[in-house]
Design a protein around this ligand. Structure first.
Ligand SMILES: *Cc1c(COP(=O)(O)O)cnc(C)c1O
Length: 396
């Protein structure tokens, strides 16, 4: 199947061979907490294979056929040698940090990163003696920041608030020259639009909660190891942390993966129409969406991405936060919500403290509205936004 195009792989990855000549199209949901073994020799054999690094279940926490099928489908997306499932995207991030870093180690993190990671850093990582330093990826000062104890370069591209696209091959080359592992939060690209492992990263992770799930009914994270060295680190931390997901959640993620390509294509088409509309509005100072030719990340995006998704932000020309709030409140088709990637449209006025550490924001005081453009008809979404601008202006 690896010789086929990505959409073909996603439709078929993980599908088991037929038993007795017949079976359902979807991968069956196999729940379980306990394995039964024919005899002790089989039990010892499975424990030995697991210990030797094989991805087989020797205990319920490793999951069963549904989990293996999902891991295979995630590898069909991202490439790599092994996939790991987590109960949330944030758990996947923590998994990567705890797998690759020890007390005294140092990690460099691009400053547009998913904001809750800063909380993980200030609390858990600090307490464990792991130092995290945020850097501006646009200033290309990475080489000067690498210390002897730097073990991880952690990136998110594009960043989910400002769509800042990073030069992953260049940053990876600098890190690898100094023996530093590279991990990328690939939630924006969903594995479909972007393959960090093919561009130099050692680890790619994403919140499957977002586009893989695609229906706002699933929490899950996935981590993919690009080589055996990081795979062994991730196995060890996974076992120590007891990370697992339920079979029903794995089945939801697997169902989402089957339609990922068609959904993303429509999200991009709708988002481009909405972005063009916003660019034409006098109330909008700037639209942040790398698929726009005017976006500073456009050339890198074109080089390293297959397409774009439904996530875009816009800065308002009017700095008054209350009037920006009125705009978001006036929208009817855009629900107010944070966790994007599903079929429905969302709007959110970004809290200024979430942008404070992001150098691409450069201390601007403009209110920033983030939209997730869903699968509705874009004409209706645009009409909703136009009405919202008018109502906010009229103070209604
Ligand atoms: C949402 C998100 C996460 C966290 O995912 P959860 O499943 O909500 O924990 C991590 N990274 C990025 C870029 C995200 O957008």
């Amino acid at each position: 199947m690896t010789d086929k195009h990505i959409d073909t792989r996603l439709a078929h990855a993980g599908t088991p061979p037929l038993q007795r000549g017949v079976g359902p199209v979807p991968v069956p949901v196999v729940r379980g907490s306990t394995l039964r073994y024919a005899d002790m020799a089989t039990r010892f054999d499975y424990a030995r294979r697991r210990a030797a690094g094989e991805d087989v279940a020797s205990y319920g926490i490793h999951g069963f056929d549904t989990h293996r099928a999902l891991e295979e489908a995630v590898r069909a997306l991202e490439g790599g040698v092994r996939a790991f499932l987590s109960p949330s995207g944030l758990a996947a991030i923590t998994h990567v940090f705890l797998a690759t870093l020890s007390a005294g180690d140092h990690a460099l993190v691009s400053d547009g990163v998913y904001a809750p990671l800063r909380h993980t850093d200030r609390t858990l990582l600090k307490r464990l003696g792991i130092a995290v330093e945020y850097f501006s990826p646009a200033q290309q000062n990475l080489a000067a920041l690498i210390r002897p104890e730097t073990k991880l370069l952690y990136l998110e591209s594009p960043s989910s608030l400002l769509g800042e696209v990073l030069d992953l091959p260049a940053l990876s080359a600098i890190a690898h020259a100094r023996g530093v592992a590279v991990a990328v939060d690939n939630t924006w690209g969903a594995g479909y639009l972007h393959q960090p492992l093919a561009l130099g990263a050692d680890i790619s992770l994403q919140a499957a909660t977002k586009y893989i799930g695609g229906h706002a009914d699933l929490m899950q994270g996935v981590v993919v190891a690009g080589n055996d060295h990081v795979a062994a680190q991730l196995v060890s931390a996974q076992e120590a942390l007891g990370l697992t997901v339920g079979a029903d959640e794995a089945a939801l993620a697997l169902r989402g993966i089957r339609t990922l390509g068609v959904r993303l294509e429509r999200h991009q088409r709708n988002a481009l129409e909405v972005a063009r509309f916003l660019q034409g509005r006098p109330e909008v100072a700037r639209v942040y969406y790398p698929a726009l030719p005017e976006d500073p990340g456009h050339a890198l995006w074109k080089r390293d991405f297959r397409g774009a998704n439904g996530l875009l932000s816009f800065a308002l020309a009017d700095e008054d936060f209350a009037r920006a709030t009125a705009l978001v409140d006036a929208l009817e088709l855009f629900a107010i919500g944070a966790s994007w990637g599903s079929y429905e449209s969302l709007a959110l006025l970004t809290a200024p403290e979430r942008l404070a550490g992001h150098s691409a924001w450069a201390g601007s005081r403009a209110p920033l509205v983030r939209l997730h453009v869903g699968l509705e008809d874009p004409a209706d979404l645009i009409a909703d936004l136009a009405r919202g601008f008018d109502r906010a202006a009229a103070g209604r």
